[in-house]
Design a protein around this ligand. Structure first.
Ligand code: CU
Length: 180
């Protein structure tokens, strides 16, 4: 009897160790994925609250490359909202009319920066309602397969940003026109 229970104890202990090891390894894996490129690329920015009923929203990223290695931003994903989509966009003025244009990629030079802002380069987000006070986690995927996650605050529509003149430009534009 005592031998069986000792064996059982060992078996249970082994199982627990395996489980513990697995969860430790899994934890390490997740942490590594989440912190990919931290220290190489500094990322910040904000998303804009969407007016009720608006089909799309905008977010603005500031990326700074610190390692000296050039990269190309290829796509942006929303890990918490797999149904949503994010497009890389720029706003251009053509003959006095501002138009939006989808970008396939955005180069990030070594030691260089990408500065998105209203009325210029921005991210356009469909399929998720952005409300002030929430946060939005973006996964930035680069052409070399590397990725970096960044969590942005969602700013209210009334909240002032760095370029008040351009405030709401993207929202207006997105509501008034179809573009792809
Ligand atoms: Cu846009």
């Amino acid at each position: 009897m005592s031998r069986i229970s000792a064996d059982q104890k060992t078996a249970v202990l082994k199982k627990m160790c395996t489980l513990l090891l697995c969860s430790l390894l899994a934890g390490v894996g997740v942490a590594a994925a989440e912190t990919g490129l931290v220290g190489e690329i500094e990322a910040s920015g904000y998303a804009r609250e969407m007016p009720p009923g608006a089909p799309m929203g905008a977010a603005y990223l500031s990326l700074r490359e610190l390692s000296g290695r050039a990269r190309v931003l290829r796509r942006v994903e929303l890990p918490a909202h797999p149904q949503a989509s994010v497009e890389l966009h720029t706003t251009e003025e053509v003959a006095g009319v501002s138009r939006m244009r989808a970008l396939k990629e955005i180069p990030l030079p070594g030691h260089g920066a990408i500065e998105m802002r209203p009325g210029a380069t921005h991210l356009m987000i469909r399929g998720v309602a952005l409300r002030a006070g929430q946060s939005l986690t973006l996964r930035l995927v680069f052409a070399d397969g590397s990725a970096r996650e960044v969590t942005l605050p969602v700013h209210g529509l009334a909240q002032a940003d760095k370029s008040p003149a351009a405030n709401g430009k993207e929202e207006e534009h997105h509501r008034g026109h179809h573009h792809g």
